[in-house]
Design a protein around this ligand. Structure first.
Ligand SMILES: Cc1cc2nc3c(=O)[nH]c(=O)nc-3n(C[C@H](O)[C@H](O)[C@H](O)COP(=O)(O)OP(=O)(O)OC[C@H]3O[C@@H](n4cnc5c(N)ncnc54)[C@H](O)[C@@H]3O)c2cc1C
Length: 515
């Protein structure tokens, strides 16, 4: 067995007693009526922010009956109507929780191609996923669907409530809201976006690069034929940074232009702003009309020094920000939530091994570091300087090799992630693709957020871990190893056929067996 190899956090302050806070399992807090009138309402976890990361985390926690409250600063759901792309790993995670069928009708599927610095190459061969496409979906829609899912599972969402202060002690966190109300929870998670109050109050550093430039991005229809656009765009790209006009569906184009000169940063950009910028760059506005969405963003890149201080954690944009080249931010946050949810739940349920919660930062911070890095590279490749342009030409040529194209796509879509679980076969630490099993498909067995032992030998057992780990004996499963242990986030935690070795790994990830 390989010993755990995770970065140690400073000593944890939380010798948590399972279920030490009174309440029911429906996600509702313990009633103030059951304690004194002045006692704050209590929860297991309070999440600041009901964006995609917060909503996903709330749902993941509810799968384990954790009492969750999400407090959201805004009174109404976001109306920033931009289309975001859900990449392959996020689609897989949605399938793992039975959510994909609900989401698909609201989005548009596009080929999994041309993500990296918008270099126009077709999807590579050998993409190892049943969900090998991009789903374009309006951000407010995916946020609504994720929030609805969390609420259906029993999470409470309170809108118009901003977290303004908190204090942590040995047993939990006291959270103060803008209206002065005080709440109590065992953990607090800041999913409150790039300007995260939780991160600032925690005093966690957010080093990186400040915004140097801003861009306008949107989708709209055009009034000139595609061939004319292609010629003009090729000409302009020679001389202008941060510009594109590329097809994004029938008759619709994605447009990126510099924001320089578009004055009021506080106001959302208008179609006229886009027209003006296009005319300044191209001498024509291409007859753009009927915008689907318009947005403005900067190119700041920052990464939190730490993802956890005691009982307070950070996830999503609160922990990392970068420009949306490659469309990875929302995906990264949702994937943080899938990584954190079951670990935090294990802590609260009382079966988490000592170092489990520390693995959240150890696994996810390097992933964010890598996303920032590939975004940096993509941003450079959009420059019109002669050096970056030469590199872009070279890379464009190299991407004709399927392996290169595939490697870059695996980065953007997050299916290439391999967590460091120690030495072992290449599959160890990676996510397992959705495969056929005798009961249908593998991901269909992961809806409840539990671990899974998939046993082709049909002689292994999960023994005393059966309250946390499901078991499937299937000698016909489409897998070329005898057995795999999957964590609730779908990553491969063990491979083999030896029961003792399996038991060691069950302990490592799922704690002590039940008596
Ligand atoms: C133009 C553009 C295009 C993009 N395209 C893509 C794309 O294609 N794919 C992709 O993956 N990503 C994309 N992104 C990035 C994506 O929008 C973000 O990464 C994502 O919204 C982050 O989600 P989050 O939940 O972590 O944070 P947010 O979405 O910022 O949500 C944070 C929430 O916390 C709330 N909040 C803030 N402070 C408090 C507080 N003190 N108390 C309580 N609540 C609080 C906020 O109101 C908000 O609802 C794009 C971004 C832009 C600007």
């Amino acid at each position: 067995m390989h010993p755990p190899r995770f970065t140690a956090e400073p000593p944890s302050i939380d010798p948590v007693e399972p279920d030490s806070i009174v309440g029911d399992v429906s996600g509702r807090p313990s009633s103030p009526a059951s304690s004194t009138d002045s006692a704050p309402r209590t929860y297991d976890v309070i999440i600041a922010g009901c964006g995609p990361t917060g909503a996903t985390l709330a749902a993941e926690l509810r799968l384990h009956d954790v009492r969750v409250l999400v407090v959201e600063k805004e009174t109404e759901p976001s109306s920033a109507a931009r289309i975001v792309g859900l990449h392959i790993r996020t689609l897989e995670l949605m399938a793992m929780r039975g959510l994909l069928e609900r989401i698909l009708p609201h989005g548009r599927q596009r080929p999994a191609s041309a993500f990296f610095a918008a270099i126009p190459k077709p999807a590579p061969k050998g993409l190892d996923s049943r969900y090998a496409y991009l789903l374009g979906i309006p951000q407010p829609v995916i946020e609504r669907l994720l929030e609805e899912h969390a609420v259906e599972l029993g999470a409470q969402v309170r809108r118009g409530r901003a977290v303004t202060a908190f204090e942590q002690d040995d047993e939990g966190v006291t959270v103060e809201l803008a209206d002065g109300e005080r709440l109590r929870s065992r953990y607090l998670v800041g999913c409150d976006g790039g300007r995260s109050s939780v991160r600032k109050l925690l005093g966690v550093g957010f080093p990186g690069e400040p915004a140097r430039t801003e861009s306008l991005m949107g989708e709209m229809e055009v009034g000139v034929p595609p061939e004319e656009i292609a010629v003009k765009v090729a000409e302009i790209c020679e001389a202008h940074q941060r510009f594109w006009l590329r097809p994004a569906g029938v008759g619709v184009y994605s447009v990126l232009v510099p924001a320089a000169g578009v004055s009021d940063r506080a106001e959302p950009p208008t179609l006229d702003d886009f027209k003006r910028q296009l005319r300044a760059i191209a001498g024509t506005d291409f007859g753009v009309h009927s915008p689907r969405w318009l947005s403005r963003f900067g190119d700041a890149m920052r990464l939190a020094d730490r993802y956890r201080v005691g009982r307070v954690l950070l996830a999503g944009d609160a922990a990392h920000i970068h420009p949306p080249i490659g469309g990875q931010g929302l995906n990264l946050g949702v994937q943080d939530a899938f990584n954190l949810g079951w670990k935090l739940a294990a802590r609260i349920r009382g079966w988490a091994p000592e170092t489990l919660l520390d693995t959240y930062q150890a696994e996810r911070r390097p992933v964010a570091e890598e996303v920032l890095d590939n975004t940096r590279a993509q941003t450079e490749l959009l420059s019109t300087e002669s050096g970056p342009q030469a590199v872009r030409r070279l890379l464009t040529e190299l991407m004709d090799f399927d392996e290169v194209n595939l490697r870059l796509l695996e980065k953007i879509t997050a299916i290439g992630i391999r967590y460091d679980f120690g030495a072992g076969p290449d599959l160890l630490g990676r996510r397992l693709r959705d495969i056929d099993v005798k009961q249908g498909n593998l991901y269909g067995l992961l809806h409840h957020g539990r671990g899974l032992l998939l046993d082709r030998t049909e002689r292994l057992t999960v023994g005393g871990w059966s309250d946390r780990v499901d078991y499937l004996a299937d000698s016909t499963a489409a897998l070329d190893v005898p057995g795999v242990l999957l964590r609730p986030d779908g990553h491969v935690a063990w491979i083999g056929d030896d029961q003792q070795d399996l038991n060691d790994h069950l302990s490592r990830w799922f704690g002590r067996p039940a008596d």
